[in-house]
Structures are given as structure tokens and as C-alpha cells.
Ligand binder design. Structure first.
Ligand code: ANZ
Ligand code: ZN
Length: 872
């Protein structure tokens, strides 16, 4: 059926129609057993907060373009979708709106699934799951138990932020200015028994393997490196000049032992055993209590003033005979890093300098920067931590920092204190084990049982799943699982006696640490089917926000290792390629009273001097800065509204076209209008071409200039768009397609004036290629055009077009031809032509043939595209 497309394209009719057609044809379902080469595209799965936002549209469109392109290229594409569905907002909704977290979550999922479907994503929906499905979290419990058996899980006392009103542990990010983010109560530090994954066992591996991830942004790898924070240093003993009880020395960890001659104090953590022993002194007890209120968040510690209290103790200076150093308890020294004690060298460490200035301690520079004068160099407000040579340091004088570190380590290694070497070289990692216990209801129950006789007993595999009870109440603070009248009371699996279930649930980051593996066999009775997982993983291209650059990616990398150790898969890394996309930003608007106003409620006029008024009241509105779309600033546009007004294809096109995908894209009315016009333009080009297709078609004739030009453009665009999509440079692919559509419009005009069969043939080719190139981006429009052109089958099954290499040569070049160094003529050949063709052309020039006089040349020297010299 070849039809005229005189009417405007109507997305409201076409989009649901093609979505239904894809669904019915199972177009994007990856059937098990598909033997083609697999390609796995994944976007970070959404949290079902209620509705999708423009950031989702951008993220999922990018993944969809790549998935549809790879599918057209013949890969067995896995492009699934699911829901990161456990977490606190559901419980908050339960408390505020009296709706069960489960009901709230699944209702949100239903809404958001419809919204995602409405933007035409080529998703294999048969693989969909939510992490709160029993089928999913029960497999997670199985993984937990396997990891427990392999020694990858521990239970230990650890310090947590405790909200005394909500009676729950808070993550560091949930402590705002020392108070619970919800309750506003002053947060306490408590020691609780917490389950933890032994991520730190893999610190070195997680660090080293970053070098293999060469399809990741360098900035993300750097962030991970810093987070793992490997440092090589020295454990160093300082002898107390008078022992305190049975304590005779303090052990510090330092990465700068080369600065030992610049030491001016010792500082220990408020949780250091010696600090505890000294807390009979009221001033020290008060200081410890104050420090605990400050919390454990590194950021808070970095920002806080450097405070301390003198203990009355001194240690002997280890390299300055007769000298001593005062010992402080300080708020910036953490107990769970190194040894919980440091020596302070104010000249070369900023925290130490701030501290020294406050307490009047000496500042002794011992590293002299290159070119500085030893007599004049001083440290004022800023510590010097750059390179240089050691001075003021006796036997280290004159050495570079690294050489000095080595020498001083050997020096202390050879001396003894407390019957052991005074110094031992040690590698430390900032990376901590991952505490996963949460005192929450809406999470995956930790499958263990506590028995008075047997201790902690894992739930036997045959008793899985441990299902969350549904009859819980949220009318009092604390963990609803703990209040439940019966749920936690069970018989001990070992002795049969009365026992209680663990009521902690897992951190929701656990749920997202292996979902990519579950997608490979989402309905299996085991967490994965290893053979299937190994063939589909790693994810070839993972796409998501840079806000997950550290924790989520690191935990997923850890889980991949843990699942390998427990036999659930056998790959090295979960994500081969990673792409972090920019945000969607929008102008902000405020009324006279300073209240934010939604873009939907205002009218803007003027060109360069734009002004805004309230659409209904006419009141003046101030146009403010451009910011990330957020509900709080009301600068959001609703994807549903955009899809209703313009259609999904227009929204997709705009999301891809304006900015490089790693940068922010600014949503503007003008931008979306422009995209909408382009969509209609493509439709019209197809209509105009169809009008001409009544004429007979023949083989394109390359001696016709118009035909040659358009065919070169068509084939160049085919080649380039493919390369740009592979490189995720969608905006550049879009620019190429714009250029092609302009070329085609001109060619249609030329063909209308003189519709030779050769031109009609070239027009067939050009229009079909345009639609194929547009298809990953505006898939509904492409299907409608494909059908209008009378092609059989859907374009999503049509395959990606190939470019003819012969047509890819950019343009012709004119090359001068010399015979024995004298110019005798020139040839015109396509740029980059092979030497044999160039030689043949050159020798066929009359003047050259005459010089050769029928003999073959002695030699032909060719500088490609530049010059030809024939030696006669
Ligand atoms: C003396 C010194 C002199 C230091 C100097 C630095 C500069 P990274 O590289 O991050 O491992 N430190 C050690 N343990 C600490 C703890 N528990 N809490 C707070 N700070 C601690 O940092 C190691 C450096 O951080 C160590 O080297 C120590 O201070 C401090 F010019 O020792 B340094
Ligand atoms: Zn027991």
C-alpha cells in the first residue's frame, strides 16, 4: 500500500498504534536461546516515586536509541526495565497518608510504567520486576546466606547516627546540622550490632580493576579511586614520657613520616581507648560528649572547626632527643581509620595548622619548595603540601620527599619500642565495610534468627523466603517489624527453642547491586542462571546519573565479585561501558512575593528583552536563573503534558538534539517547538517524495550532478550517524540528519522539475535512508513513514543500512602530474583514491604519454592527494 501523506502527522493517533504493534509482535523481547551476539543496554532503574520526570525521559531515550540501533545492527539486544522499589519514602507516605507502603509503591509503578510506555521505549517488558517483589528479594536473601557462608558478611558493633524520636538509624546524608532530617531531633551516636558486607576485603582488587574499565569516564574512575583511598604509610610508636596506667606508648598512622622533624603534637580520637581511660577528667569527658554530637559524617568533620583538649600527657620526640610533644584529644581524628591517632605537623597539613594556630603550638617547616630560600620560607595561613626537599631535619636533610619517607621508615623499622619495631610500613584504605542493617520495614528482611542458646542462626535455605508481613502499623516510632505481635517469634532452626527473627532489613543499595544480573533470568528459581548470566553480562552500556558514580557502582562491583565467589556468575566487572548523562535544566520564575511559579502558569513575551507575566492574574513575574528541574523551584515540565501536546517523538528528539548528552540540556518552549516542526518536516518530505513516486524509477545515474551530490550526502550521513550513535554523541547524529533532510528537500525540488528514472531511483534510496536513520530517535514517526512508503514489515525489524564506501570519499582532488620534475598536467580524482588508479589516470594524460614515448616509466612516485612524479 502506497499512500499519500498530505495530512499533518498526528502523534496522538500514531504513537499508541505503533506501541501496540510492537507489543503484539514482541519486537523487543529477547527470547531465551537467541544465538546472535548479545548486546546489553541498561539505564539505571527508577525509584517509583510517583511520576516520571524529564530527567527520566532523557536518560531512557538515550538508552533506547542505542538499543534500537544495536538491534538494527543485528545484535540480540537486552534492554530491560524494573523498579528500585524499597525505601523510606514509601514508609513516610504510609505515615502521612495512611496508605500501606506496598499499595503506594505498586500504584506508583503502575502509573510510571504507563508513562514510560507512552514514550515508546523499546523495552523487553517480559523481564520487568520490582525489588520489592517477593520473587526478587527472596533471591537476595539466598545471596545473603551464600555470602554469609563464604565469610563475606559479618555482624559487628559499629557506630551509627541514632534518631531518638524516630527511633531509627540515619544515614550520614540524613543528618542535617546534627539533627534528624525528619524529626529534627538532636542525633546521637550509638553503638549497635550491625550486619556488614566485607567490601574492604576487595579494596585492592576494586582499585586495580579500575584500570581495565577503559569505557568509563575518567572522572568516575578518579572518584572511585579517591573513595577507595589507598595510602601507603607508616605505623609509628611514640613513647609516653610517663606511662598512663598500663599504656606506655601511642601508635599513630602517618603517610608523611618524612615530616617527623616538624611534628609539634599528638592527637587521638575521642573514641581512642586512651581517651576513654582519661575521661575521669571532666574536661575530657565533656569534650568527648561534644564530639559525639558532631556525628560521623566525613563532610561534617571536614567543615567543623578543629577543636581539641589537652590530656596532660606528653610523648618523647622520636628523633629529637630530650624533646617532648603534647597529647590532645581532637575532633578531627577518626577512630576507624589508621590507628585513631596522629602526629600533627602543622607546616605541612592544613588541619594540623588550623589546630596549631588555635592552641599556640609550634609550626616548623621541614619541606622546602623548589627555588625557595631556606632562610625566608615561612608557613602562614596555608600549609604547604607540595613537593620539595627536606630541611631542618638532621639526617633527612637534602632528600626528596619519597627518599626521605623510605629512609625514615628504615630508621624506625630498625629500632624497637615495647618489644616490637618502632615503625612498620602499612597500606591503608579509606574504603569501609558496608553496613547494611536498617531498622526499617520497607526493605528486604535479613534472613537470620537470634537464639539464646545457639547465637545467630542463618535461616535454612528451605525456609526461604522470609516474607515481610503486611499487617503492620506505622502509628508509633521505630521499626514496625519489631512491634509486630507475632512475626519475629519463631522456633530456632538449630535447637527448636524459642527464638526471634532479625528485624533489620537491608539497605536499599543492596537491591540495586545485582538487579542487572537478575534481568538475565528474571523468573529463575535461583538468583541467576549462571550460564545465561555469563553470556549476557557484563552490561555493555550502562547509562545513568553521575550522583551514583561512587556508592552504587562500587557496591555493584563488589557484588559481582561476591556473586562470583558464591558461584552465581563468573565475570570480572558488571558494567563494561558507563555513560553519565547531564541533567535537564529550566529557567526559574518568581512572583513579587518571592514565591516560585510554574512555567505552565506564565506567559512570556519579547525577544531579546523577555518579560513574563502570570497567565491568569497578569501580575509581573521575575525570570530567574537556570536550574535543575525540581519540584521545590517549580521549574518543571510534566512529560505527560509534553507527550499529550507534541507527542513522544518530539520530546525524544529534543532531549537528544540540543546538547552533548554528558552536559545539561535546557528545556525551552522554542526548543520543543523546533523539534515538532522537524517531525512534521520529515513527514512532509515523505509526502512530497510519494507524489513523485508515480514516475518510473531506474538505477541512479552518477553522471547527473544532482544525483551524485545527494547520494554522497545520503551515504556519508548513514556512515556518520552510525558512528555518532556508537559513541553516544546523539546531538551530532541529529545535526547530520538535519543536514540530510535539507539536502533531500533540494533534491526533491530538482527531481520534481525533471523526474528522470535515475533521480526517482536516488530519491527512493534517500528517503528510505532518512527514515531508517531517524528511526531509533523518533520510532513512531519512522514506522508511520515506513508504512506510508509501502514497505513491508515494521522498520524496527528492517536492519541498519550500509553505506557504500565508494560514495564516502569526501570530494575530488586535483593532483599535479610531473614528468622528471616538470609539470605536464593534472588529474581530478576522488580524494584518497588508491595509487594504482591515480597512476593509471596520470599516465593517460596526453602530454605524459608523449614524454614516455610508448615506454613504461622507470618509476612513479605518488604523494597521495598531493603530487605525482613520473620518472621517464
Ligand atoms: C603526619 C602528617 C604530616 C600527615 C603531614 C599528613 C601531612 P590519607 O592520605 O588520607 O591516608 N590521619 C591518619 N589517621 C587519621 C585518622 N584516624 N583521622 C584523621 N586523620 C588521620 O591521610 C593520612 C594522613 O591523615 C596521616 O598522615 C595523618 O596525618 C592523618 F605533613 O601524619 B599525617
Ligand atoms: Zn537455638
Amino acid at each position: 500500500m502506497t499512500g499519500r501523506t498530505s495530512e499533518r502527522y498526528n502523534p496522538r493517533v500514531e504513537e499508541p498504534r505503533w506501541q501496540k504493534a510492537w507489543d503484539e509482535a514482541r519486537s523487543f523481547v529477547l527470547e531465551p536461546g537467541d544465538t546472535r551476539e548479545p548486546y546489553y543496554v541498561l539505564e539505571m532503574f527508577p525509584y517509583p516515586s510517583g511520576r516520571i520526570h524529564m530527567g527520566h525521559v532523557r536518560n531512557y531515550t538515550m538508552g533506547d536509541v542505542l538499543a534500537r540501533y544495536k538491534r538494527a545492527k543485528g545484535f540480540a539486544v537486552l534492554h530491560p526495565m524494573g523498579w528500585d522499589a524499597f525505601g523510606l519514602p514509601a514508609e513516610n507516605a504510609a505515615m502521612q497518608n495512611k496508605v500501606h507502603p506496598k499499595a503506594w509503591t505498586y500504584a506508583n509503578i503502575a502509573t510510571m510504567r504507563d508513562q514510560l510506555k507512552s514514550i515508546g521505549l523499546g523495552i523487553d517488558w517480559t523481564r520487568e520486576f520490582a525489588t520489592c517483589d517477593v520473587e526478587y528479594y527472596s533471591k537476595q536473601q539466598k545471596l545473603f546466606l551464600d555470602m554469609l557462608r563464604e565469610g563475606l558478611v559479618t555482624r559487628r558493633k559499629s557506630k551509627v547516627n541514632w534518631d531518638p524520636v524516630d527511633m531509627t538509624v540515619l544515614a550520614n546524608e540524613q543528618v542535617v546540622d546534627g539533627r534528624g532530617w525528619r524529626s529534627g531531633a538532636v542525633v546521637e551516636q550509638r553503638e549497635l550490632n550491625q550486619w556488614a558486607f566485607k567490601v574492604s576485603d576487595y579494596a585492592e582488587d576494586l582499585l586495580e580493576a579500575l584500570d581495565t574499565l577503559d569505557h568509563w569516564p575518567e572522572k568516575v574512575r578518579t572518584m572511585q579511586r579517591n573513595w577507595i583511598g589507598k595510602s601507603e604509610g607508616l605505623r609509628l610508636l611514640f613513647e609516653l614520657d610517663t606511662p598512663k596506667d598500663d599504656c606506655t606508648s601511642i601508635e599513630v598512622f602517618t603517610t608523611r613520616p618524612d615530616t617527623i622533624f616538624g611534628a609539634s603534637f599528638i592527637a587521638i580520637s575521642a573514641d581512642h581507648p586512651l581517651a576513654k581511660a582519661l575521661s575521669e577528667q571532666p574536661a575530657i569527658a565533656a569534650f568527648i560528649a561534644e564530639t559525639h554530637r558532631q556525628g560521623t559524617a566525613t563532610e561534617a568533620i571536614d567543615k567543623a572547626e578543629k577543636l581539641g583538649v589537652f590530656t596532660g600527657l606528653h610523648v618523647k620526640h622520636p628523633v629529637k632527643p630530650g624533646a617532648t610533644l603534647p597529647v590532645y584529644v581532637a575532633n578531627f581524628v577518626l577512630m576507624d581509620y589508621g590507628t585513631g591517632a596522629i602526629f600533627g605537623c602543622p607546616a605541612h597539613d592544613q588541619r594540623d595548622l588550623d589546630f596549631a594556630r588555635r592552641y599556640g603550638l609550634p609550626v616548623i617547616p621541614v619541606v622546602l619548595p623548589e627555588g625557595a630560600d631556606a632562610g625566608e620560607f615561612e608557613v602562614e595561613a596555608e600549609a604547604y603540601n607540595g613537593p620539595g626537599r627536606i630541611y631542618h631535619s638532621d639526617f633527612l636533610d637534602g632528600l626528596e620527599i619519597d627518599a626521605a619517607k623510605k629512609k625514615i621508615a628504615e630508621y624506625f623499622g630498625a629500632r624497637a619500642l615495647d618489644n616490637r619495631p618502632q615503625g612498620t610500613v602499612e597500606v591503608n584504605y579509606r574504603l569501609r565495610d558496608w553496613g547494611v542493617s536498617r531498622q526499617r520495614y520497607w526493605g528486604c528482611p535479613i534472613p537470620v534468627i537470634h537464639c539464646e542458646n545457639c547465637g545467630t542462626v542463618p535461616v535454612p535455605d528451605k525456609d526461604l523466603p522470609v516474607v515481610l508481613p503486611e499487617d503492620v502499623t506505622f502509628d508509633r516510632p521505630g521499626n514496625p517489624l519489631d512491634h509486630h505481635p507475632t512475626w519475629k517469634h519463631v522456633a530456632c532452626p538449630k535447637c527448636g527453642g524459642a527464638a526471634t527473627r532479625e528485624t533489620d532489613t537491608m539497605d536499599t543499595f543492596v537491591d540495586s547491586s545485582w538487579y542487572f544480573a537478575r534481568f538475565t533470568a528474571p523468573h529463575a528459581e535461583t538468583p541467576t542462571i549462571p550460564g545465561v548470566a555469563n553470556s549476557l553480562l557484563p552490561v555493555d552500556q550502562y547509562i545513568g546519573g553521575v550522583e551514583h558514580a561512587i556508592l552504587h557502582l562500587l557496591y555493584s562491583r563488589f557484588f559481582t565479585r561476591a556473586m562470583k565467589k558464591t558461584g552465581h556468575l563468573n565475570i570480572e566487572e558488571p558494567f563494561k561501558g558507563l555513560f553519565t548523562q547531564g541533567m535537564v535544566v529550566h529557567e526559574t520564575y518568581r512572583d513579587a512575593s518571592g514565591e516560585w511559579v510554574s512555567p505552565a502558569d506564565i506567559t512570556i513575551s519579547g525577544g531579546d528583552n523577555r518579560t513574563a507575566v502570570h497567565a491568569t492574574t497578569g501580575a509581573a513575574i521575575e525570570i530567574g536563573s537556570i536550574e535543575k528541574m525540581s519540584k521545590s523551584k517549580k521549574n518543571v515540565v510534566d512529560p505527560d503534558e509534553i507527550v499529550r501536546t507534541y507527542g513522544a517523538d518530539t520530546a525524544r528528539w529534543f532531549m537528544l538534539s540540543d546538547s552533548p548528552p554528558e552536559r545539561d540540556v535546557q528545556w525551552t518552549e522554542a526548543g520543543i517547538e523546533g523539534s515538532s516542526r522537524f517531525l512534521q518536516r520529515v513527514w512532509k518530505l515523505v509526502g512530497d517524495a510519494l507524489d513523485l513516486f508515480g514516475n518510473p524509477a531506474g538505477a541512479p545515474d552518477m553522471s547527473d550532478d544532482e544525483t551524485a551530490t545527494i547520494r554522497r550526502l545520503v551515504h556519508r550521513t548513514v556512515a556518520n550517524v552510525g558512528t555518532e550513535i556508537e559513541g553516544l554523541r546523539f546531538n551530532r547524529a541529529v545535526a547530520q540528519i538535519y543536514e540530510l533532510s535539507n539536502g533531500l528537500a533540494k533534491f526533491i525540488a530538482a527531481t520534481a522539475a525533471n523526474p528522470t528514472p535515475g533521480r526517482i531511483g536516488a530519491l527512493h534510496e534517500g528517503i528510505e535512508r532518512l527514515i531508517q536513520l531517524v528511526a531509533p530517535m523518533m520510532p513512531h514517526l519512522a514506522e508511520a513513514c515506513w508504512a506510508a512508503l509501502g514497505k513491508s514489515g515494521m522498520i524496527c525489524d528492517a536492519g541498519w543500512p550500509a553505506a557504500d564506501p565508494a560514495l564516502l570519499v569526501d570530494s575530488d582532488v586535483i593532483i599535479p602530474v610531473q614528468v622528471n620534475g616538470k609539470r605536464r598536467g593534472e588529474i581530478t580524482v576522488p580524494k584518497g583514491s588508491p595509487n594504482d588508479l591515480v597512476e593509471r589516470e596520470a599516465l593517460s594524460i596526453d602530454a605524459v604519454a608523449r614524454m614516455l614515448d610508448g615506454k613504461p616509466p622507470k618509476k612513479v612516485v605518488i604523494v597521495p592527494d598531493r603530487i605525482i612524479n613520473v620518472v621517464a
